[in-house]
Structure formats: C-alpha cells, structure tokens
Design a protein around this ligand. Structure first.
Ligand code: ASP
Ligand code: MG
Length: 426
C-alpha cells in the first residue's frame, strides 16, 4: 500500500463546490488502495481577507494574535473537507498543525519547523481514516503558542509530513497543470515541464516562480521527497520534481536521458539601490553591507563598478521593495561614516532569470540570452549568474517582454496555449 500526501492550495478549495470536488479526488485516491494524508490551505483569498480585517482593527496587531487569526483559515477548510469526505462514505479526521505534531520555533509569522511528530495522523490512517492536516501552522514548545510559517507555507507542511511519514510521493495540487517554463499568466505559450531536478526547481522558486514555496523545495531536496505538482482541475500528469537526478522516474523510451539545457524562466519584482561616489579603498563595501544587514534587509544581486581616475566607485544592489525605505534611511544616516556622495533608489525593477542545470555543460547560453534581449531592445542594468542561472535586472515595464523574448529565443514556446484554471497567481 502506498502512502500519498496531497496538498490543495487555496484556489482548489475556494468554495463548497470546490471542496466537494477535492473530496471526490481524495476518496478516489483512497479507493485505489492508498493511504491518504491531505494538507489544505485556507479557502480562496481567506488569508488576505483575515489580514485586511486585522488591519481594519489596528496598525499594530500582536504577533501572537495574528498567528491565531491566520491559522483559523486552514482550520475552516480542513473541517469542511473532512465533512465532504465523510459525506462520500469514507471517513476522515482533521487535525490542526499542533495536533499533527508540527513543532516550530517561536517566531511568529515565519516559524521554522523543529520537529514533526505526526503520531495522531498515523493512528488515524491505521484506523482506516483519511488524515487531514491544516497547512502553514504549528506550535512552539517553548512558548506553547500557535505559530504560522509564512505566506505559502502549506507546501512546506505537506513536504514535511511526507518526509516524516515516509510517504511515497507528495502531490501538490494547484490551479495550473504543473510548473511551466515561464509564468503562463505572462507567456501564454509556456510549456509544462515534465521532470525537473530539485536543484533547478530551487533556482526557479528562489528567483520568482510562485508555483512552489521555496522552503518546501529546499525541504524536499534535503529529505529526498519526490514532488508531483499537478492541477486539481484536470487528470493530467503534472511536473515531477526529483531530489536525485539518478532517479529517472518518468523517462519513457525514446526520451533524452540528459536533462534539457534550459528548465525555464522565472521573474520577480525587486527594488534597486545605487550608492555613488564611494572612495575606492578597503572596508567601504563592508561598511555599507553592515548597515544594510543591521536593518535586516536581505539583498540579492550586488555589482561594483571599476573605479575611474577619481578613485571613486559605485555599488548597486537589489533588495525586496518593502525593505526600501528602512534601508534608504539607514544608509542616509551613515552617509558621512561610509563616505559616499549619492544614493539612488528605484522602488521597482524587473528581475528575469533563465534556469537550467544543463547550461553548465553548454557554452553559448549567455550569448543567446543577451542577443535575445538586444533584439527586443531591452536595456539591462545589472547582471548576475550562477552555474545554472543567468539573471538580469530590467526596467519594470520591460520585464514581461523580456520573459517572452527569452522564452521564444530558447525554443521553449509550445504549440498550444497554457491553461490557467483558477486563482489570481498571487
Ligand atoms: N493560507 C496561507 C497563505 O495564503 C498558506 C498557504 O496557502 O500556503 O499564504
Ligand atoms: Mg500556494
């Protein structure tokens, strides 16, 4: 008997009809002779609605109360799904994160898992039930409080349960047919990826692909969990994300054994800071990034110019748009100590990344990449690369066009249009 963990996102359980549809799918999986554990997100935009409600009450909600509030969204969907399954003649039991043994640290809003002890879920399965677990939440043993794991955290709940329960596969159900070579909301000819390595998927998620939560991909890779990302609206095979590239699970006869050169394109909106007129001498970059670190800003790309005869240089970096103000203020306050002349801040720039483990062994990827952007008349302001990724910063208004141009240039366009079944992609 196989143990399957299924996770359904908010758009798959948005209303009563959808919950019944999911229930049919879960029951079918059970009746095929599997044990099934289901992780659910909050219905539709419930989490956003709860955030808006709290904002109508106060500008300074207590972190502890905020987590109790947000964790209630997933409790609604888990109980309703259990009822819908019971209605179909199977039995289901729902569990909150803490009941399911999701033990986290005490950091509200972005708690990290410390331990996963799903004893009650095991017992439930052993008694013949379907186990349902609320996503994105846990409990701190230290503070004894309910915690949440950050937006999109239900994917991580599912992967962590799959790892702890030694599941055969973790199926992530969403509103598109899998992971695409680009966001199908931007590139209508995006193509579904059949198999990807965890390594490529990590780069895709880290650089803006929203289908899988970054932490869940990291977790799956670390614990060797096989992921199958697929649509809850169709029966189609989705995208397999495999932790071990030796594990060629869906390679059919005649298919190439090596992974393709390019897996896909990811894009994201970031902010850019340029610090101009910095004396070109040891210690200045350290001074800048210490200030940035002190205010808790996570930076992404960094570029320093070669200094000219004035012995001054410029440093640019990208950062999350939301962290712009505090970073700007902190740097401004240290202007004298750091010794720079000017600060230039652009609140929104586009980051476009091409990802593919195969590019490691293929020269010419960068040449093709930059030629495609030149032909589209798109100007680049920053470049960064890793072994399996090339990223550029463009003007925000050029970002989507850059994704489309690159998608075509790398031969990723599919014959048919990608289907987006539901949701807003947020
Ligand atoms: N409901 C939470 C959110 O909207 C967690 C999740 O859906 O994964 O972020
Ligand atoms: Mg999600």
């Amino acid at each position: 008997m196989s143990l399957i963990v299924q996770k359904y996102g908010g758009s798959s359980v948005a209303d009563a009809e959808s919950i019944k549809r999911v229930a049919r799918r879960v029951v079918e999986t059970k009746r095929q002779g599997n044990q099934v554990v289901v992780v659910v997100s909050a219905m539709g935009d419930t989490t956003d609605d709860l955030l808006d409600l709290a904002a109508d009450i106060t500008d300074h909600p207590q972190d502890r109360e905020m987590d109790i509030l947000l964790s209630s969204g997933e409790r609604m969907s888990m109980a309703l799904l259990a009822m819908a399954i019971n209605q179909l003649g199977e039995t289901a039991q729902s569990f909150t994160g803490s009941q399911a043994g999701m033990i986290t640290d005490a950091i509200h809003g972005k708690a990290r898992l410390i331990e996963v002890n799903p004893n009650r879920v095991h017992e439930s399965l052993d008694s013949g039930h379907i186990g349902i677990v609320a996503g994105f939440q846990g409990m701190s043993r230290e503070s004894k409080d309910i915690t949440t794991m950050g937006r999109g955290g239900s994917d991580t709940t599912a992967v962590a349960l799959a790892a702890a329960m030694n599941a055969d596969v973790c199926e992530i159900y969403t509103d598109v047919d899998g992971v695409f070579t680009a966001d199908p909301r931007v590139v209508s000819r995006a193509r579904k990826i059949d198999v990807a390595s965890s390594e490529d998927m990590l780069e895709m998620a880290a650089n803006g692909s929203k289908v899988l939560h970054l932490r869940s991909v990291e977790y799956a890779r670390r614990f060797g969990v096989k992921l199958h990302v697929r649509s809850s609206f169709s029966e189609k095979e989705g995208t397999w994300v495999i932790p071990d590239p030796e594990d060629k699970i869906t390679i059919q006869e005649g298919e190439p054994l090596e992974q393709p050169i390019i897996t896909g394109l990811a894009h994201a909106t970031e902010a850019r800071m340029t610090i101009a007129g910095i004396p070109d001498e040891p210690g200045r970059a350290a001074a800048i990034f210490n200030v940035v670190a002190e205010v808790g800003t996570n930076i992404d790309m960094i570029v320093q110019d070669v200094s000219d005869e004035t012995k001054k240089t410029n440093i640019s970096f990208t950062l999350p748009s939301d962290d712009g103000r505090k970073t700007l203020e902190a740097l401004e306050a240290q202007k004298g100590a750091i010794g720079f002349e000017d600060l230039d801040f652009t609140p929104e720039v586009g980051k476009v990344s091409l990802v593919g483990g195969g590019m490691r062994h293929h020269p010419g990827v960068s040449a093709k990449f930059f030629s495609a952007l030149r032909d589209a008349g798109i100007n680049i302001t920053l470049i960064s690369t890793s072994e399996i990724r090339v990223s550029v910063i463009t003007k925000i208004e050029d970002m989507e066009r850059a994704v489309e141009a690159l998608h075509t240039a790398f031969g990723l366009d599919s014959e048919e249009e990608a289907t987006v079944y539901a949701g807003t992609g947020r």
